[in-house]
Structures are given as structure tokens and as C-alpha cells.
Ligand binder design. Sequence first.
Ligand code: DX5
Ligand code: ZN
Length: 218
Amino acid sequence: MYRIAPSILSANFAKLGEEITAVIDSGADIIHFDVMDNHYVPNLTIGPLVCEAIRPLTEAIIDVHLMVEPVDRIIPDFAKAGANIISFHPEASKHIDRTIGLIKEQGCKAGLVFNPATPLDYLDHVLDKLDLVLIMSVNPGFGGQTFIPEALAKLKAVRQRIDACGKDIMLEIDGGVKIENIAEIARAGADTFVAGSAIYNAGKDSDPHHYDTVIAAL
Ligand code: DX5
Ligand code: ZN
């Protein structure tokens, strides 16, 4: 099953509730929530308070992408705030297996995120404990960047590993996903597509939420 996960990083934060409701009304059932700390990545965004505030608006999955270091301390806060999936970068955790366990103990699904230059070796001992693998197709920190094509080979490699492992693990791609490249990304094995600027910045004057158009391109 294919899923588009609109990234609210590109939403208008002055109207965040409306911006979320608009994509949910268009059929989105997962919201990508980018958390940046101005330390692990050079940008600063939103935290558990905002997650808690949007939780009552929708029953959609809230897919929290932690770009923070350290990660463990903030995990219970996001679980309490209503996150469904919590993903983190292996470089930001001293004990990857412990962090995965912590996310699950808190009742959330756990994801591991790979930057463009992060080797897939980090999957070696934990793949079967994960619910999601997130491949970054840009360097994390900002919306609106260009898709790095090397991510396609990485997706194919992870798809093979997931299929061989036999577990139901989501394979998500994040960064530069557009109408023009989404079908090729799907062919490489992704099943969940984060799209920020493609949804929230496209056609701002006419139809501000191109969720339908993006999903139709699959
Ligand atoms: C980047 C974030 C992405 C970002 C994607 O660090 O993790 O989720 O919002 O934005 P687009 O789709 O515009 O590349
Ligand atoms: Zn993200």
C-alpha cells in the first residue's frame, strides 16, 4: 500500500490546524512531523507541545522524525503528546538498540533514519525490531531541497533486506519528492513518501493542497 505523508514543515505555521485538516480531507492518513534542534541539524522547528496541540484534530498517524541529539530524553514526551511513529538518526543515539526499545516501551512504532552518507550497516542487528526505515534523499534540515538520486539504489537495497526479513516494515523516503519523480521512487521500493513543498507550496494561489495530484502521480 502506498502512502503520502505530507510534511508540515512546509505548512503555514500561522494556520497549522487548517493546513493539517486540508490534507486529511484530501485523503492523507499520515502526517510527517519534523523535529529539528539547531544542534543535530542547522534548523529549529517544533516539539511535543505542537504535537499535543494537533493530536485532537485527527486520527491520522503522526509520524515524528526526530532530527535531535540526544534523542532518548525527548521520546517519552512525544509518546505522551500522541505520536504514533518515532524515528531517529543512528548517529544521534549512543545506544541504538536501547533507543528502539524505549520508543516501543512507550507504545510507539520505531523507525531508523539514514542520511545520504549514512551506511546501511546500522540495520545489521536491528532490522527485525524496526517498524519503519526512513531513507533521506536530501541532507536533513530544510524543506524544498533537490532529490539526491543515489537514494534510489539505497531504497532498492533496503527493499531487498526488508523482503528477506519477512516482517511488515514500512520503507519511507524523505526529501525532494515531487510529482515528476514519485513513480520512479516507488519502483525503487518505497511505500511511504514524505512530501513537504510538493504539497504545501505547489499552486499556492489556486489549490493550495496538491495532495490528490501527488498521489495520482504514483
Ligand atoms: C528535511 C525534512 C523533510 C522535509 C521534506 O530535513 O526531514 O521532511 O520537510 O521537504 P520536501 O518535501 O520539500 O523536500
Ligand atoms: Zn522529515
